[in-house]
Design a protein around this ligand. Sequence first.
Ligand code: ADP
Ligand code: MG
Length: 700
Amino acid sequence: MTTAPGALDKAKMVASDLASDILVDANTAVFDEAAMRKTLPEDLVTRFKECARTGAATSEEDKNAIAEALFGWARAQGAAEFSHWFFPMRGGGGAVGGMLGALKYDAFLDLEFKPAFPASRLFGGETDGSSFPNGGLRVTHSAAAFTSWDRSSPCFVYEKVLRVPCAFVTHTGRCIDDKTPLLRSQDAVDREGKRLLAAVRGNNKGEVVASVRGYLGWEQEFFVVSADLYKKRPDLVNCGRTLFGRLPERHQQGDLNYFGPLPPIVDELLRNVQAIMLKTGTPMTVRHNEVAPGQHEMSPIFCVANASADNNVFFMEACAREASKLGLAVLFHEKPFAGINGSGKHANWSVQTSDGANFFDPGKTDDQRTLFVAAVAALAHGLCQHNELVRCAVAHAGNDHRLGAQEAPPAIISLHTGTYFEQHVDAVISGGPLLGYKTQKKFADPACNAVMPVATNVEDRNRTAPFPFCGNRFEFRAVGSSQNCSFPVMIVNTVMASGMAHLADLVEKGTSLRDAVAMTYKKNRHVIFTGNGYSQDWPIEAARRGLPNLHTTPLAIAEFERGKTVFKSMKVYDEDETLARADVMYEAYNTALLVEVETMINMARTGFLPACARDLATFERAPEFAQDRRDLYSAIKTELATLVHLKNKVSGTRPLQATYICNTLKPQMAKLRAAVDAAEAVMDKDFYPYPTYDHLLYTH
Ligand code: ADP
Ligand code: MG
């Protein structure tokens, strides 16, 4: 149950006549507010929601009643087990499973084999946490870790298991997951959002809202390939991406795959997933082909950010599971194939009140317009003052292949407000009023009789910016496809909350709202950039403005510690939790890269070199044809030997290892790959030891 109407409730309200056809399956397997109201007394549901909002404990009596109702409801849905479902901190993307949540399946039975689901088992759990990354927050011999229900993300039934979305903490309450900090950041948005509202609307007008929250609507990109071919590639199985492979002659030229009709088998997969998502409470409303061959995208209707982050993780799981039933495999890695587009996960994010006011809606009333101008100032402050943190939000091994290439935003974090709004910012800085930004519709006129002009937003889209304005939200475009959205949204929530606190502080100390907003824009003006983020001049201009360009993960993580102060003041992380997170990010980076290196070495030794030998043997009687091959093939041997030599030198602390891997091992991986790919261009295709790019990309 969400603090504002959930996406599904909204869908029911606005689309009732389409319900059975498109959006709403009446037998939803989600224990949302509507299901609660059907099974529990009205006042209890209200009390429960109120406790989730304020942080008060749900009484023992209410807990018992909820557990009993949930048990009955889950049994009626066919559930025989329940599972606390939590999201261990993994330190970034997790292309081969790390992004999926953790589950421990428990039967609804007590020790006498009688059916039972006591409140104590619904609301909390204790488990052995020793094998989850903790960044030093737990010592090895103290293994206990605890799960506790996130009362603002609904339980649901999938494949006969009741899932209970949970926070995951140590014995002392330290967070060792992605959800807990996100929930804390939602509390920060609530606290500071209300202060900003008071500053904008004037205190004590009796207009205090129940809650303010971050909202999220994700767009998930992914590739779909044949499961048989996938299993024959150790690099895909181990690393989620190809470490070798030559592009086919026809690949992405012309962007012909973009919005093309879905191949029937992929269409079937996506429809199956859509049905599961709908049944478990998430209406998926968009599906389409993406730019690269074999690449696709889906997105749901947005909802409160922590529930949305959960349903994205579930989407990835359901997608993988359904794919295997159809003989397919889904790739969530940020860059499964070199030379063509990788995959992202645009996080559409906004801040909204429980009564529906959206801080990023440019608005029709003066109150809303003022709120918008102030909220964007708060965001500019957050992105500028804590720029490195926002970069860290999307820093992990997989995303390093994307950020900075000409397909994803650069690694420089800037704010795209739209060009007209940028002019308004300058007018405010020069003393102008907060009101005055005009949002009236413009029209694109196709200029032919049969077609009428079409209304457009006042601001154009910007696809080269990491953080563009999209009419009623900002779209954090730099998020990697394999990431759990919780971490990036937590960071964005936190920096936004700090910006709102900054404005509220000024106003509470007597500065007028106009001056506070103008001062904030002036101080952070240089983070606003509405030009072309792909242009070669931008990094130079960004450096002149003093914006960091942290173009690798180790460079980014090294700055994470700077977040200690803001994380603490926004009550999101204590200092030790900040340091632990950085440690886990290093660990994840090093592990991902070292598995890649080992896999490369193994594939070269057991796959490519034998293939080269076989290929050369066929030229025994025509050695004049073999010379160029011999040179190409021996380059593989040389580059392989160097990679093995360099790999054996990895040592030192995690940060030192990360820097070495990034600066020394990665370039050598690229050299070995180049040698193998050059060999592929001449080798008899029957000897190539793995499925090639053309087979993988044109499976369907
Ligand atoms: P695009 O045209 O950018 O590809 P899509 O339609 O694929 O957009 O996805 C847009 C996403 O943004 C959807 O998940 C949608 O629900 C979400 N969204 C729309 N408005 C908001 C908002 N105010 N806050 C958060 N997310 C939103
Ligand atoms: Mg889209």
